[in-house]
Design a protein around this ligand. Structure first.
Ligand code: NAP
Length: 249
């Protein structure tokens, strides 16, 4: 599938995990992907992997801390200067700082809200100005099943991910007439660094309640994001696609 040929895509949090898989999937579909995160070495190895593989598109590594609003503004200006437009934005960067509510520190709450939510606002506001001018665009925000179901020990994270869903629907309504779609993907448990830190007991108890009895792979999120970024999803906006092996239904 090469339906994204000549499309310029920005993917945040692309150095590893789900974001890395999304960047590769978009590049395989022909997009020119600007992959951002803080870890430049991981981004460079991702760009090299795309160059060495049979990708019809390409990956360009760009260092970016999404918790820095000024850095986001500069980044979007630079990308607009170099590539003229951004057709696809995937807001994927995210962190967890889990803990029970009674013990949660202010910075534990604020850091998660800044990286997972405020960054989505800053990035989408800046990029959508370019999309408005072009009268087309695809925005995909990575939420989480925790934002839908809640999760003990994740009041900060679940709040940020639920807010991303409200944000997604509002942006979808604002831009629907302008050729810009905005959707969210809510993954369940996916095998990445984020979930590797969970104790084995927690992992197996979650597996017991997932109807498919397994965690998902990053590629299984990437394929859904690539569909949402493609012309094939042209009549789909304001939706939350839950990709969780049947956990929430
Ligand atoms: P991960 O393996 O921990 O990767 C997180 C990515 O976010 C990394 O590329 C990291 O890059 C980037 N990131 C974090 N803080 C950043 C910052 N301040 N600026 C720029 N980039 C930043 O996590 P993942 O599992 O792939 O998660 C990706 C997204 O999916 C997140 O939004 C997460 O909440 C969501 N999600 C994951 C799961 C799951 O089960 N894994 C489930 C539901 C939702 P650097 O460290 O290099 O900056």
């Amino acid at each position: 599938m090469r339906s994204l040929e000549n499309q310029v895509a920005v993917v945040t949090g692309a150095s590893r995990g789900i974001g890395r898989a999304i960047a590769l999937s978009l590049a395989k579909s022909g997009a020119k992907v600007i992959a951002c995160a803080r870890n430049e070495a991981q981004l460079e190895s991702l760009a090299a992997e795309a160059a060495e593989s049979s990708c019809s598109g390409s990956i360009i590594a760009r260092s970016l801390d999404v918790s820095d609003s000024a850095a986001i503004a500069t980044f979007v200006d630079e990308v607009a200067g170099e590539h003229e437009r951004i057709d696809i934005l995937v807001n994927n960067a995210g962190i967890t700082r889990d803990g029970l509510l009674m013990n949660m520190e202010d910075d534990q709450f604020d850091d998660v809200i800044t990286t997972n939510l405020r960054s989505v606002f800053w990035m989408t506001r800046a990029v959508s100005r370019l999309m408005m001018r072009a009268r087309k665009g695809r925005i995909v925000n990575i939420s989480s099943i925790s934002g839908i179901m809640g999760n003990a020990g994740q009041s900060n994270y679940a709040a940020s991910k639920a807010a991303v869903i409200g944000f997604t629907k509002s942006v979808a309504k604002e831009y629907a007439k302008r050729g810009i779609t905005c959707n969210a993907v809510a993954p369940g448990f996916i095998v990445t660094d984020m979930t590797s830190v969970l104790p084995d007991g927690v992992k197996s108890s979650f597996k017991d309640v997932i109807p498919m009895r397994r965690f998902g792979e990053a590629d299984e999120i990437a394929s859904v994001v690539t569909f949402l970024a493609s012309p094939e999803s042209s009549y789909l906006t304001g939706q939350v696609l839950v990709v969780d092996g049947g956990l929430h239904m």
